[in-house]
Ligand binder design. Structure first.
Ligand code: FES
Ligand SMILES: [Fe+2]
Length: 421
C-alpha cells in the first residue's frame, strides 16, 4: 500500500510538471509560427494527442460498400487500438474493439475478412457479430456468458461513409450530417463503391502530415502534376475568374451553387465539425486526371462536368477531394509518435466496372503520385525538426489553414483535462 501511494504521488508530480511544461510551451508559441520541437517528439505530448484528439474525434473508418454482406469486416487501426468494423446479422454496421474479453488477445488479425462468428485465436472464445460472447470452453459452471461482450464504440454513417468515435459520449454527429447535406447530396455517395484503397506510411509525427495537407504553399514546387489542373496552386486573380465561371455552370450540371463558398476560411475554422469549399479547376480540366479528361462515369445525380472540385473536411483528420466522377478520401492516423499513416480511398459510381468504365491506374495516378511526393517532403520536414538546431519558423499567407489547424491544436492541448478524477 505504501509503495503504491508513493508511486501514485510520483506519478501525479510527473503529470503536474508535464502539464505545466505543456502549458508553457503553448503560451510561448508565437502566432503563425511552426510548433516547438517537443510537439513532434515528446512522448507525453503524443499521449495527450491520442487522449484528447483521437479518443474524441469522429474518424473515417471506411465505406459501407467494403462490407456489403453479413459477416464482412475490416480493421481500423490507430496507435495501440484496433477496431473490427463489421456488418451485423441485422444489416447494421458495428464497431467492436478488437480486444478479447478473456485475456485480451487480438481477435481478428488480418486486415479484412468475412465470418458469421468471431473466434479468438488464443483460447477460442467466440463472439457473434454484435460482440456478444457465445462460446467459451472449460469455464466454471457459474460463468455467465451473457454478461460478456466486446466493447462497442460509436458509429455514424454519412452517405455511406463510416465514421467511428472512441469517446463514451461523443459530440453529436447531427451538425455534420445537416451541415453537409447540400454539399454531399448530388454525389449520392451511399451508392458509390471503393475502386481502390491504399495506405501510405509516413515516417513523421502525424501533425506534420496534417500541416502539409492543409496548405498549398508547397504545391507549385512539389506537385507539378497537381498544379497543372488545380487552381489553388495558381495566383488568386485567376482563381477568382475561374470561380465566377464555375458559379455560372454548377446549377446546370446538377451541383447547385449553395455549397460553392469559402467555409474553409470562415469562422469557426479548424476544429469545427466540418468544412468545405468548391473551387474551379484550370480550364481544360474537368477532373483530377493526368490529361484533365474524364476518368469514370459521373457520380450520383451529377449531369455534367462543371469544371470544379470540392475540398471537404470532417473532423480533424479526414479530408476528401470530390470531383464530378470520383471522390478521393484522405485520413491521417498516428501509428506511433514518429510514424503516421495516410489512408486513401478512391470512390466511383457503384455501377462503374473496372476495365469497362474506368482504368484503375489512371483513376489513382494523380493522388498516388502526389502522396508519394508528400511523403518525401513530410519525412524531410521531420528530419529537420529532429535537429537540435531546429527553431519555429514564420508561416506564409498561403499557410493560413495550417495555422488554423495549429492554433486549434494548441487550444486543445491547453484546455484543462475534463476527464473525471
Ligand atoms: S484471450 Fe481470447 S480466448 Fe483467451
Ligand atoms: Fe502536398
Amino acid at each position: 500500500m505504501k509503495l503504491q501511494a508513493h508511486a501514485d504521488a510520483a506519478e501525479s508530480r510527473k503529470t503536474q510538471v508535464n502539464e505545466k511544461g505543456i502549458i508553457k510551451l503553448v503560451t510561448n508559441q508565437p502566432e503563425r509560427y511552426s510548433l516547438a520541437r517537443e510537439f513532434y517528439r515528446d512522448p507525453e505530448i503524443y499521449e495527450r494527442d491520442i487522449a484528447r484528439i483521437f479518443m474524441n474525434a469522429w474518424l473515417y473508418a471506411g465505406h459501407q460498400s467494403e462490407i456489403p454482406n453479413v459477416g464482412d469486416w475490416f480493421l481500423f487501426e490507430l496507435a495501440d487500438e484496433s477496431v473490427i468494423i463489421v456488418r451485423s446479422s441485422e444489416n447494421e454496421i458495428n464497431a467492436l474493439l478488437n480486444v478479447c474479453r478473456h485475456r485480451g488477445s487480438r481477435i481478428c488479425v488480418e486486415n479484412k475478412g468475412c465470418s458469421k462468428i468471431l473466434i479468438c485465436p488464443y483460447h477460442a472464445w467466440s463472439y457473434d457479430l454484435q460482440g456478444q460472447l457465445r462460446g467459451a470452453a472449460h469455464m466454471d459452471e457459474s460463468f455467465d456468458k451473457s454478461s460478456i461482450s466486446l466493447r462497442k464504440i460509436h458509429v455514424e454513417l454519412l452517405e455511406g461513409m463510416v465514421f467511428i468515435n472512441f469517446a463514451d459520449k461523443p459530440s453529436s454527429f447531427a451538425p455534420v450530417r445537416d451541415g453537409l447535406a447540400g454539399c454531399l447530396s448530388p454525389y449520392r455517395l451511399e451508392n458509390a463503391r471503393v475502386a481502390h484503397r491504399q495506405a501510405y506510411l509516413i515516417e513523421s509525427n502525424w501533425k506534420l502530415a496534417v500541416e502539409n495537407y492543409c496548405e498549398c504553399y508547397h504545391c507549385a514546387p512539389s506537385h507539378p502534376e497537381y498544379s497543372r489542373g488545380h487552381s489553388l496552386a495558381w495566383p488568386a486573380k485567376l482563381t477568382e475568374e475561374l470561380h465566377e465561371e464555375l458559379l455560372g455552370r454548377a446549377a446546370s450540371c446538377g451541383l447547385g451553387t449553395d455549397f460553392v463558398n469559402r467555409t474553409y476560411l470562415e469562422a469557426p475554422g479548424f476544429g469545427a465539425d466540418f468544412a468545405y469549399e468548391r473551387y474551379a479547376l484550370i480550364r481544360g480540366h474537368v477532373t483530377g486526371s493526368e490529361d484533365g479528361k474524364p476518368l469514370a462515369p459521373l457520380l450520383g445525380g451529377i449531369r455534367d462536368y462543371d469544371g470544379g472540385a470540392t475540398d471537404l473536411q470532417v473532423g480533424p483528420v479526414t479530408y476528401a477531394l470530390m470531383y464530378c466522377d470520383h471522390v478521393v478520401i484522405y485520413r491521417f492516423i498516428p501509428l506511433s509518435i514518429g510514424m503516421s499513416e495516410c489512408d486513401i480511398t478512391w470512390l466511383v459510381n457503384g455501377d462503374a466496372e473496372e476495365g469497362r468504365d474506368y482504368d484503375r491506374d489512371k483513376l489513382t495516378w494523380l493522388w498516388d503520385v502526389t502522396t508519394h511526393a508528400d511523403k518525401v517532403i513530410i519525412e524531410r520536414n521531420q528530419q529537420g525538426v529532429n535537429s537540435r538546431f531546429y527553431q519555429s519558423g514564420p508561416l506564409s499567407t498561403m499557410e493560413e489553414y495550417t495555422w488554423n489547424f495549429l492554433s486549434w491544436y494548441l487550444d486543445t492541448m491547453k484546455k484543462p483535462d475534463e476527464r473525471p478524477g
